[in-house]
Design a protein around this ligand. Structure first.
Ligand code: 5RP
Length: 292
C-alpha cells in the first residue's frame, strides 16, 4: 500500500513564471509530433541543429565496395564520431553493436544491383521491423527524371504514410542518374519534390553554383552526400561551402571510409559541421590526428 504518512502539501506553483514553449529549431519541423521531433533530435544535434551522418549503406546495391569490405574492422572505430549512422538492417543486425545509442537511419528502399536499372527500387522493409530496430528515420532513394521516377516517388510517399503513423521521419535521398545534369536547377526540383511529398529532410549533392537556392527553396533541412572520393581538403571545402550555404549537415560515406585516415577525417568533418572551422583549420586537425 502506498505510504500516506507525512504527505507534504505542494505549494510552489511559480504562478508568475510563464511556461516555456520553445519552437523546435529544425527548419520546417515545428508542427511535427513529439516522437518525430525526438527522433530528429537523435540525428541533428540539438546544440547545433546539425549532423554528421556516416553513410555506409552502399552495399545494398554495390556489394562490398572499397572501405566497406569488413565493416566490423573499418567502420566500428568511427562510430564514436558519428551523430547518426545510415545503414541497412542486415548490417545493423549483424555488425553494429546495440549499445550504439545515437540515431540510426535505416536504408529502406532497394532491389536492383549495380548491374541493373537502379531506379527500379521497391520499399525494402516493413514498418514493424523499423520500429523493432528502434530507428530514428527511414531513408528512401528518389529518382527524379529517372526511368522509374513515379515508382520511386511512390516508395517515398508510402514510407511517409507508414512513418507518420508511428512518428518515424523519412529521409528523401535524391539519386541523380548518369543522364541527369547535376546543377542547382535539378537539385531544386528533386529536393523540393521530396519535401512537398512529405520527407522530413532531404539528402542531395552539393553543386558549386547556386547551392544556396537549393537550401532556400527546400522547406525542410538538407544534408549533402559526399559523393565520389576526392582529396581530403577538397571534401572538407565541399562540406564547409554546403554548411555556409544553408545545409544542416552531411551524410558522408566514401570521403570518410575511403580516406587514408578515416578516423581523422570524420573528426575533421565534425569540426566544420559543428564548430564552424574553416576547411584549412579542419585539414590541420585531420593531419594532426592522422599522424597520431
Ligand atoms: C547510396 C547512398 C549513400 O548513403 C550516399 O551516396 C552517401 O554516400 P557518399 O558520401 O559515399 O556519396 O545513398 O545510395
Amino acid at each position: 500500500m502506498a505510504d500516506k504518512d507525512d504527505l507534504q502539501e505542494s505549494h510552489n506553483y511559480y504562478v508568475d513564471v510563464p511556461m516555456k514553449g520553445e519552437p523546435f529549431q529544425l527548419r520546417g519541423s515545428n508542427s511535427l509530433d513529439w516522437g518525430m521531433k525526438n527522433r530528429l533530435s537523435k540525428i541533428f544535434r540539438p546544440e547545433t541543429g546539425r549532423t554528421v551522418m556516416l553513410a555506409i549503406d552502399h552495399g545494398y546495391f554495390l556489394g562490398p565496395t572499397r572501405g566497406l569490405e569488413r565493416i566490423d574492422v573499418t567502420i566500428l572505430p568511427l562510430l564514436p564520431y558519428a551523430d547518426t549512422l545510415m545503414c541497412t538492417r542486415g548490417i545493423l543486425r549483424s555488425t553494429i553493436p546495440p549499445t550504439f545509442t545515437r540515431g540510426v537511419v535505416l536504408r529502406s528502399s532497394g532491389g536492383p544491383s549495380i548491374l541493373k536499372e537502379l531506379s527500379n527500387e521497391e520499399i525494402a522493409v516493413d514498418i514493424e521491423d523499423a520500429i523493432r530496430l528502434n530507428v530514428a528515420a527511414l531513408a528512401v532513394q528518389v529518382f527524379v527524371g529517372g526511368e522509374y521516377e513515379t515508382k520511386s516517388i511512390h516508395n517515398l510517399t508510402r514510407l511517409v504514410d507508414m512513418g507518420n503513423r508511428y512518428g518515424i521521419p523519412v529521409l528523401g535521398v535524391t539519386a541523380v542518374g548518369r543522364e541527369m545534369v547535376r546543377d542547382a536547377k535539378y537539385m531544386r526540383l528533386a529536393t523540393r519534390i521530396c519535401a512537398e511529398l512529405g520527407a522530413s529532410y532531404v539528402k542531395t549533392y552539393y553543386v558549386s553554383e547556386g547551392f544556396e537556392t537549393v537550401t532556400a527553396s527546400c522547406p525542410v533541412p538538407i544534408v549533402i552526400a559526399g559523393g565520389k572520393k576526392v582529396p581530403e581538403l577538397e571534401a572538407l571545402k565541399m562540406a564547409y561551402n554546403a554548411i555556409q550555404q544553408g545545409a544542416a549537415g552531411v551524410d558522408m560515406g566514401r570521403n570518410i571510409f575511403q580516406s587514408e585516415a578515416p578516423e581523422a577525417m570524420i573528426q575533421a568533418v565534425g569540426k566544420i559541421v559543428h564548430e564552424g572551422m574553416t576547411p584549412e583549420e579542419a585539414y590541420e586537425v585531420y593531419k594532426t590526428l592522422k599522424r597520431g
